[in-house]
Design a protein around this ligand. Structure first.
Ligand code: AMP
Length: 181
C-alpha cells in the first residue's frame, strides 16, 4: 500500500477502546471525515479503480456508508442508493434479515432503486465479520444488480469478513487494515 495513504489514515482514524462494549476497539472515522485532506484522499482512493467503468449506482449502508457513498457517487457522476435499517424508507421495499452479535436485524432498499444489470458499488466504513455487507450484497443481487465491488475504508482481517463477501462473487476493496476487533 502507498505509505502516505496509510500514514494519513492511521493519523486521522481515532481508536476508542472498549466501545461500545469491553474488548472492542471502535474505529471512529468521524475524525477522518473532519480532516479535509484525509476525507478527499479516502474517497479518491475508493473510487480510483472504477472511474470509467460505467458504474450506475453507489449503494451505501446506513449510516457511515451514506457519507462515503454520496461523495463517491458525486466523484463517479453516478446515482446513490441508500440501504437502510427497517422501517425508514417510504416507498415499496425489499428487505433481508441478518445476524448481529446479539440477535437479528433487517435492512431494506427501495425495490425500484436498481434496474437489472446495473453496475453497483457497495460501500461502508468498515468490514468486521462481514455479516452486514453480505446481507447488503444479497439484497442487491436479489434486485439483479451487477455488484462490481464492495468498498470499505477499514478491514479487520482477523474477523474474516472479506472472504465471506468474496465467496458471493464480489471483489473487496479496502484502504487500511487494523488488528483486533
Ligand atoms: P460486520 O457486520 O461484523 O462486518 O460489522 C460491520 C458494521 O459494524 C459496519 O457498519 C461498521 O460500521 C460496524 N462496526 C463493526 N465493528 C466495528 C469497529 N470495531 N469499529 C467501528 N465500527 C464497527
Amino acid at each position: 500500500m502507498n505509505s502516505s495513504l496509510r500514514d494519513t489514515l492511521e493519523q486521522s482514524i481515532r481508536a476508542i477502546p472498549d466501545y461500545p462494549s469491553k474488548g472492542i476497539i471502535f474505529r471512529d472515522i468521524t475524525t477522518m471525515l473532519g480532516d479535509p485532506r484525509a476525507f478527499r484522499r479516502s474517497v479518491d482512493e475508493l473510487v480510483h479503480p472504477y472511474s470509467g467503468s460505467q458504474v450506475k449506482k453507489v449503494a451505501g449502508i446506513e449510516a457511515r456508508g451514506f457519507i462515503l457513498g454520496g461523495a463517491m457517487a458525486h466523484q463517479l457522476s453516478c446515482g446513490f442508493v441508500p440501504i437502510r435499517k427497517k422501517g425508514k424508507l417510504p416507498h415499496k421495499t425489499v428487505s433481508i434479515a441478518y445476524s448481529l452479535e446479539y440477535g437479528v436485524d433487517e435492512m431494506e432498499m427501495h425495490e425500484d432503486a436498481i434496474e437489472p444489470g446495473d453496475k453497483v458499488l457497495l460501500v461502508d466504513d468498515l468490514i468486521a465479520t462481514g455479516g452486514t455487507a453480505c446481507a447488503a450484497v444479497e439484497l442487491l443481487q436479489r434486485l439483479k444488480a451487477d455488484v462490481v465491488a464492495a468498498c470499505f475504508v477499514i478491514d479487520l482481517p482477523e474477523l474474516g469478513g472479506r472472504k465471506k463477501i468474496e465467496a458471493l462473487g464480489v471483489p473487496v476493496r479496502t484502504l487500511i487494515e487494523f488488528e483486533g476487533h
